[in-house]
Design a protein around this ligand. Structure first.
Ligand code: 3HC
Ligand code: NAI
Length: 702
């Protein structure tokens, strides 16, 4: 297959890359570009060269799927060197995305023009890499060291306007001045531009020979190292990226570029980069499911959210931000008013954090219609129920929804734990009932667990996933069980946390050990933040034999003495009036010691490694049981849930990938040891783990 076409139009050699869907720079693309540039160099008909792409985007970077295979020539640096050395001026025409290697190729060109709306970035650190084809050397020469460090270490994507302002691109192609909505013909404008560039520019505009635009102040790089150490904890690529940019200011180009390439090659083989590649592809795969036919999807034009509490308001905003008209239905005007105030606060905070503009906030607000009238549900295509976590209340609400909604409307519950099969069974249209478990705050968190009931049709499932894609969410399909994938596993994690407290670890030690492991927050800080009463209420709905009640006795006693966490200024920790953590509460330590002694625990020294093993392997083993039961379709789906919903470190790829990278046989043996020490009621190893320990990997789902 040809992936780079060559043609000469009006004296311009046009090299067109065509490798759908995102023009990833695979071996054939690299080969094709070099052949195109060589041909243009020798072609007497061509005075300049235009490098462009077919399809929806310019090159979105190196082909990530090649990184786990032996390197194939020509390399990306070969391509970049060939372009920059071309004796005729080469112009890159950017539309869509120019990311990673795509932007490196564009920077090797002597000019860059971009269509308005294009997005540019060196996003390699998001994959545990640094730019490996001159990005750390050419970007600072174009935009200055500070901007380059900001873009590279943050893996940031900038707009075409920002790129023009910072001189990363030379010209923007916008709309026709006389018809403001009609885009200019990109190719025509680009050809015109190519015809006018002076012939001597290749020499003048080779960035490898350009000086740095500004002097760099002493200490800048160390400041960045400290800043990024906090912001991107444990991510090796970020520190390497700073080293490489620093080299661009201190060493000749030829030497600094060797350092960049060596660092890139080392990182490419690292566990972190492998884990980040795993999660990149896992997120793309999530939400896809095996189906015999392609089910037809329903058009969703208007939605309703029932309940304007914490979740309902966030869900309503997630939809309205994506352009959907939303009915927000409450049981009383007072509750509705409170919900609207909450939405106003969320919009103000999104504007403050520059997530949306004031105009976008207005648009989003105007799309939400508050109501207390169930009759207004008659023309909605989808309903998301987010009322109290109580099966009786939800059943009543479902009955009212059915009374007023069209029979083909999809009805989703946002329940955290309840059995959605019961709600589906009670419905006249069980095939339309589904779970959509959003995470809080629902307008920000990307993850949604889509709960497939025993009755829901493939069309309902596909439609829900399609809508969530419009909302820019990552969907993972889960079967019905208590807590679905994420909360069910989290219960096992919290069980070990509770037991470790009784065995002698302090809340601070447990939180610190798991934070150092990479979790976004320690588990007891999370419990205080979420409200200890929420999980207390959930446990009250369980049978005592369904969980290890010893592990949660301290939690229960805290709630019963009105210490519900941050909201009451005391839980496992103390908090000031503004919710700022003040530290450990000595009375909690006494409560833990007294409860432990009452339950017959002998205090002992607990090592940090044991905390990590017990808590993380509890997640892994529960995840494996979830696989055994077919609740999750694959180990990678579980990883997507944990990385996007529970603060599991992305650079470890999720709990299941972490276990596989640590060796599933080793993990299985450790779990067997826990089973001997603590009994097999909670530590019975899952069949999929035992099978995985034979093969070294989790079973692939076909
Ligand atoms: N390599 C291989 N496949 C890629 C890819 C890449 N760089 N980027 C995207 N794809 C694939 C996806 O896996 C997906 O495949 P599927 O259809 O089989 O699931 C398909 O292309 C479409 O991708 P998306 O669904 O993500 O499409 P969107 O339109 O939503 O997003 C995008 C487009 C913003 C370009 C997004 O795909 C993206 O961020 N891609 C990764 C970009 C990146 O990180 N580039 C840097 C690579 S590292 C590098 O260049 C190293 C160099 O310095 C040496
Ligand atoms: P909440 O208590 O903040 O809000 C519930 C809202 O539902 C209240 O405003 C109440 O007035 C309204 N309501 C009750 N009965 C109603 C009825 N008959 N008609 C219309 N509105 C009615 O609760 P929250 O936290 O928003 O939870 C809602 C659901 O989302 C629950 O099922 C919960 O388990 C689930 N969930 C909660 C998460 C969280 O972090 N809070 C996360 C994910 C899911």
């Amino acid at each position: 297959m040809m992936t780079a076409e060559y043609q000469v139009i009006e004296g311009v050699a046009v090299v067109t890359v065509d490798n759908p869907p995102v023009n990833a720079i695979s071996q054939t693309v690299r080969d094709g570009i070099i052949k195109g540039i060589d041909r243009a160099s020798a072609d007497p008909e061509a005075q300049s060269v235009l490098l462009r792409c077919e399809g929806k985007t310019f090159m979105a970077g190196a082909d990530i799927s090649e990184f786990d295979k032996p390197a194939l020539a020509p390399s990306l640096p070969d391509v970049v060197n060939c372009i920059e050395a071309c004796p005729k001026p080469v112009v890159a025409l950017i539309h869509g995305y120019a990311l990673g290697g795509g932007l490196e190729i564009a920077m090797a060109c002597h000019y860059r023009i971009a269509q308005e709306g294009a997005k540019l970035g060196l996003t390699e650190t998001n994959l545990g890499l640094i730019p490996g084809a001159g990005g750390t050397q050419r970007l600072p020469r174009l935009v200055g060291v500070s901007k380059a460090l900001d873009m590279i270490t943050g893996g940031k994507i900038i707009s075409s306007e920002e790129a023009l302002e910072s001189k990363l691109v030379d010209k923007l192609i916008g709309h026709l001045p006389e018809k403001s909505d009609e885009p200019q013909n990109m190719l025509k404008v680009a050809l015109n531009y190519c015809q006018k560039v002076p012939q001597q520019t290749p020499v003048l505009r080779r960035l490898s020979q350009a000086p740095m635009p500004h002097q760099v102040a002493e200490g800048v790089f160390d400041e960045w190292r400290t800043k990024m150490h906090k912001r991107k904890r444990n991510l090796n690529a970020v520190q390497s990226a700073i080293d490489a940019v620093e080299a661009s200011t201190k060493q000749p180009f030829d030497e600094a570029i060797k350092l960049e390439r060596n660092l890139f090659m080392l990182l490419r083989e690292s566990q972190q980069a492998k884990a980040l590649r795993h999660i990149f592809f896992a997120e793309k795969k999530a939400g896809q499911f095996n189906t015999k036919s392609v089910p037809s999807t329903q058009k969703i034009q208007k939605v309703a959210v029932i309940g304007a509490g914490t979740m309902g308001t966030g869900i309503a905003m997630a939809f309205s931000n994506a352009g959907y008209p939303v009915l927000l239905l409450e049981k009383s005007h007072v509750a509705l008013e409170q919900g609207i105030t909450r939405i106003e606060k969320m919009l103000a905070s999104s504007i403050k954090r520059e997530k949306i503009t004031a105009a976008q906030a207005d648009k989003s607000r105007n799309l939400i219609t508050p109501t207390t009238d169930y009759q207004s549900l008659q023309d909605v295509d989808m309903v998301i129920e987010a009322v109290f976590e109580d099966l009786e209340v939800k059943s009543q609400v479902f009955a009212q929804i059915h009374e007023h909604c069209r029979s083909d409307a999809i009805i989703a519950s946002n329940t955290s734990y309840l059995d959605i099969n019961v709600l589906a069974m009670g419905s006249p249209y069980p095939e339309n009932i589904i779970g959509m478990h959003f995470f809080s705050p629902a307008n920000i968190m990307k993850l949604v667990e889509v709960i497939r009931t025993d009755y829901c049709s493939e069309a309902t499932l596909t439609t829900a996933i399609k809508v969530l894609k419009h909302l820019n969410k990552v969907s993972v399909i889960s079967g019905v069980c208590h807590g679905f994938i994420g909360n069910r596993m989290y219960q096992s994690y919290q069980r070990e946390v509770g037991l470790l407290l009784l065995e002698g670890a302090s809340p601070k030690q447990i939180d610190q050990a798991l934070y150092n492991f990479g979790m976004a927050m320690g588990p007891l800080s999370v419990a205080d933040m979420s409200g200890l009463d929420i999980s207390y209420m959930m446990r009250k709905s369980l049978n005592k034999e369904d969980y290890d009640s010893r592990a949660f006795l301290v939690h229960d006693r805290l709630v019963e003495s009105n210490r519900k966490g941050r909201k009451t200024h005391s839980g496992f920790y103390k908090y000031d009036e503004n919710g700022k953590k003040l530290g450990t509460d000595p009375s909690v330590l006494q409560l833990i010691a007294a409860t432990a002694s009452e339950l017959g625990f002998q205090p002992r020294e607990v090592k940090d490694n044991e905390i990590i093993d017990r808590c993380i392997l509890a997640l892994v083993n529960e995840g494996a049981h979830i696989l055994d039961e077919g609740i999750a379709a694959s180990a990678s789906d579980i990883d997507v849930v944990y990385v996007n919903g529970y603060g599991f470190p992305r650079h470890l790829g999720g709990p299941m990938h972490y276990a596989q990278a640590s060796g599933l046989d080793h993990v299985a043996k450790t779990i067997d040891q826990f089973s001997s020490s603590y009994g097999d009621r909670w530590w019975k190893s899952a069949a999929s783990l035992r099978a995985g320990s034979q093969n070294g990997k989790w079973e692939e789902v076909v």
